[in-house]
Structure formats: C-alpha cells, structure tokens
Design a protein around this ligand. Structure first.
Ligand SMILES: Nc1ncnc2c1ncn2[C@@H]1O[C@H](COP(=O)(O)OP(=O)(O)OP(=O)(O)O)[C@@H](O)[C@H]1O
Ligand SMILES: [Mg+2]
Length: 332
C-alpha cells in the first residue's frame, strides 16, 4: 500500500490581534492508503487546523508554508477547479461540530442527497434513494422517516452519523473525521465507533481520526500521531505508541486516564504566540535537562516510531503498565 497523503514541513500561522499564532510548526506526516491514523493531543494543539489545512479550508488570516502531497500532487499548489474536485470527492471532512455543521432548515435526507448529486452526478430521485441507503448503512433507525427529519429532531449520535453519511457520500479515498465522538454519551459513542469501524472495513477508506479520546483512538487506529503545541512529537504503530510511549508527553496523556491513576500533566501548554525555545514540552517534563531548553530535539526513530525527545531512548518500556488491549476493550 502506498502513501496517500504526505505532509512536508508544514507551517501554519494565524495573524491575530495578539500576535502570530503558530498553530503548526514543521509538521511531517505520511498517511498510508487503507490505514486509520489517529491524531491526538490536548485542546488547542492544532489538530483541527491541520485537518482544515489539508482541504485548504483555513480562514484568510492563516498563512501556510510547506507541502501537502495527495497522490503525489501538492494540494497547496492546486487551482480552484482542482480543489473543487478534491473536496468531498477525494478527501472529505466530518467536521468537529455536528450541531453547527448541518443546515438547520433542510431535511437531513436532502442534505445527503445534495452531496450525492454534486459528487456522483446522481439524478435527484436516485440521490434520495442512495441517501436513504447510506443512512441504512450507518445503522440509523427507521431510515425513511429519519431522512425527512430536520437536524434539531435528531440526537447527537444520529447527527454525527448524518455528518458521516455526507462525508462518505462522494466515496472519498481519505476521510478526515474531527472529534466524531465528542460530547456523546457512552453508548452512543460506542455506536459511532462501530459505524466508523464498519466504514473503514467495508469501504476501505483511509482515515485521519482527530480525537481527544484515547480509547477511541486505541480501538480504531493503526497508527497514532501525538501533537503538542503545533508539533508532532511522536508517531508510530498504535500498539507501540499507546502501550510503550516514548515521549514524556504521550506518557503523561496516558497516565492522566482514569484507569492509569488520573495523574495530570503538570502545568499548561505554552501559548502558540510565545513558544518556548528548545523542546516545547520541557517546562512540564520531569525528564527535562538543560539541553532540552536550548535546542529543538531532532526527530529520531526508535522501534519504527518517530519521536522528538532527547531522552526518548530511556523510555520505550512498558514500565507504566499501559495496556493497549484494555484501552481497546473499553469501546467494544
Ligand atoms: N482563525 C484563527 N485565528 C487565530 N487563531 C486561531 C484560528 N483558528 C485556530 N486558531 C488557534 O490555533 C490553535 C489550534 O487550534 P485547533 O482548533 O486546531 O485546536 P485543536 O487541537 O483542534 O483543539 P480542540 O481539541 O479543542 O478541538 C489554537 O490555539 C487556536 O486558538
Ligand atoms: Mg479541534
């Protein structure tokens, strides 16, 4: 399987009132066709911004440098016609906010049908039928009736599935799902996870899954990329990153889970307007030495994982007892 998306030296900054917000700093990430890659990290670290950048949907105050190759072609160099073909048809986004992303005055079936007409050239009547089929595939109840409802008549989990239906309507090769389980209660969350699992198995779509939820990431992802203050600090196979994390930040994220003792990471993420020198995590890191504060650690490879930490080689053992298996079980 080849590389579907390849992000190279991506930098994103927003020109804001209080200065330049550096939301992505030299991001490099390869996504292999057929894989689900989880992008995890605390709030505000740049996950959604990265997802939006792939579809060139960032607001005007953003400046973007670097390259995002999709099947070898740089998205950042594409013209508007190429972008219209790419969005929804090749790469689709399930946006972060299910409640504000649907049109409140249009029946949900019609919203899905609209996407089917646009991307697959279906006639209105066939599009309606295909929309109902998509709702059935996503296991919504009483699909004929549900298709006629307006977004406000649906539960959070149903709205999330309608957004997933719109996302996959154009049969994209790459799906970016931004926090698809956020704000859902436990049983609905499990349903949405199962829907995403079915989707990746049956449609073989490649997925970039943006989530705070490490259990959801463990359950669905082949690989995990960990983001901290606009940087990817660790990336590798899910079972390595979640069971034998190399970066102290990844270990901190795992240690803060209830099953691992709810040990919070001390301090706060740095302001993206005023980033520290050296390793961006050093002021919160128990392992930090003088060297960590002076120069940005290079990305090194350990056991097939890429990690940006001077002390990563001391880690890599499962001494904290994190269990990838038990994280996975929780969403089953
Ligand atoms: N239009 C904008 N102008 C200025 N700053 C912005 C803009 N959009 C996003 N940011 C900043 O970029 C940073 C990254 O935001 P982003 O939405 O990607 O975070 P996130 O990791 O998705 O967080 P969450 O987990 O809460 O969704 C944040 O500090 C945010 O305030
Ligand atoms: Mg976000």
């Amino acid at each position: 399987m080849g590389c579907l998306l390849s992000i190279r030296n991506l930098r994103i900054a927003f020109h804001a009132e209080d200065g330049l917000v550096k939301a992505a700093d030299d991001i490099n990430l390869d996504i292999t066709e057929g894989k689900t890659v989880g992008l995890i990290g605390e709030t505000g670290c740049g996950k959604s911004v990265l997802g939006l950048a792939i579809l060139r949907l960032l607001p005007r105050n953003a400046s973007v440098e670097g390259s995002i190759y999709y099947r070898g072609q740089d998205i950042l160099e594409m013209n508007e016609r190429e972008m219209r073909r790419l969005r929804g048809k090749e790469i689709a986004l399930i946006p972060q906010s299910a409640s504000t992303s649907l049109n409140p005055v249009l029946r949900v079936g019609a919203q899905i049908a609209e996407t089917l007409e646009f991307h697959r050239g279906l006639a209105p009547r066939s599009a309606q039928a295909a929309a109902t089929e998509l709702l059935r595939f996503l296991e919504l109840p009483a699909v004929e009736k549900t298709a006629k409802w307006y977004p406000h008549q649906l539960s959070g989990g149903m709205r999330q599935r309608v957004l997933a239906a719109i996302g996959i309507a154009g049969q994209p090769s790459l799906l970016i799902a931004d926090e698809p389980t956020k704000g859902l209660d436990a049983s609905i969350r499990t349903q949405v996870v199962e829907v995403l699992r079915t989707l990746t198995r049956e449609t073989r779509v490649t997925m970039l899954l943006i989530t705070h939820d490490l259990e959801v990431a463990a359950s669905l992802c082949h690989e995990i990329a960990v983001m901290y203050a606009g940087e990817i600090v660790e990336h590798g196979a899910a079972e390595y990153v979640l069971a034998r994390p190399l970066h102290p930040y990844t270990r901190g994220l795992l240690a803060s889970l209830p099953e691992n003792g709810l040990v919070p990471i001390p301090g706060h993420s740095p302001s993206l307007v005023d980033l520290p020198q050296g390793c961006k995590f050093h002021s919160r890191c128990a392992k930090a030495t003088k060297a960590c504060a002076s120069a940005r650690p290079p990305l090194i490879q350990i056991n097939g994982c890429a990690v940006r930490c001077l002390h990563a080689a001391q880690g890599g053992k499962s001494q904290e007892g994190f269990s990838h298996g038990s994280l996975q079980q929780k969403t089953r």
